[in-house]
Design a protein around this ligand. Structure first.
Ligand code: SAM
Length: 251
């Protein structure tokens, strides 16, 4: 159950600073000599819902890539050095798994001091089937990854799938025109379901295969996710499909 999860009331109310401390905007008073302050780190983040919007330290740039149901974070940590100027966010519903990813990123940052490496990756615990637009503004994201989502085989469980007509409209809202939703699964039925739902959605079109295969993120998605590795070991199939967010129609 996710009843204990907290969500920002709007994207502006989200305090991203503890997740990306290297990207917090400096204020003039930061240069004033003061007592050394405690380093803010994601692992020390407590409930900050008491912060008001004007107490929140803005980042120098917005999160642009979301890995939905990121699991143990393999994709995130593989993509972070490849997209060093982009902020990446893993979103994971399981508490222990999201904490594991936070610790993994903290360790990678500590192992690469002074390089900025992995400062652009973070993970937060959330149920992405709820309140996605509370985290991201319209057109904020350039990429969403849906890697090996839980298949929910039985028909009566299909409503639990993270691709649906309703959720695709949320993805369309947070992904900018030209942005890409990446999907991969080893379950053919789920692949067909995702293709069918994205192709039926007026805001998305499928990316042709030659373009898909030329996208460097596709190879990372096949080989670096924990599920992708498991499927590899079992010599299972991997079905990939990418969908481009179309321009909004003129009024
Ligand atoms: N993407 C990872 C990979 O490819 O290795 C993990 C795949 S795993 C099969 C699916 C993950 O999605 C699990 O870690 C699960 O906890 C997470 N998940 C399922 N529903 C979710 C939701 N509504 N919000 C966030 N995460 C969710």
């Amino acid at each position: 159950s996710d009843h204990q999860l907290t969500y920002p009331s709007s994207p502006d109310a989200m305090n991203w600073g503890p997740y990306y401390p290297a990207f917090v905007q400096q204020l003039p008073e930061d240069n004033a000599p003061t007592e050394p302050s405690e380093t803010v780190d994601v692992s020390t983040t407590k409930d900050d819902s008491t912060l008001t919007t004007n107490q929140i330290r803005k980042l120098t740039q917005d999160v642009e890539v979301a890995d939905i149901g990121c699991g143990f974070g393999g994709l995130l940590v593989a993509l972070a050095p490849k997209l060093p100027n982009t902020l990446l966010l893993g979103m994971e519903i399981r508490m222990q798994v999201s904490e594991y990813v936070q610790e993994r990123i903290k360790a990678l940052r500590a192992q690469n001091p002074g390089t900025g490496l992995y400062q652009n990756a973070a993970c937060l615990r959330a149920n992405t089937m709820k309140f996605l637009p509370n985290f991201f503004k319209k057109d904020q994201l350039s990429k969403i990854f849906l890697c090996f989502p839980d298949p929910h085989f039985k028909a009566r469980k299909h409503k639990a799938r993270i691709v649906s007509t309703t959720l695709n409209s949320e993805y369309a809202y947070v992904v900018r025109p030209g942005g890409i939703v990446y999907t991969i699964t080893d379950v053919e039925d789920l692949h067909n379901w995702m293709v069918q739902h994205f192709e039926a959605h007026p805001s998305f079109e499928r990316v042709p295969e030659d373009e898909q295969e030329a996208d460097e993120c596709v190879q990372v998605m096949r080989t670096e996710t924990e599920e992708g590795k498991k499927v590899e070991r079992n010599k299972g199939p991997k079905y990939v499909a990418l969908f481009r967010r179309k321009e909004d129609p003129p009024w």
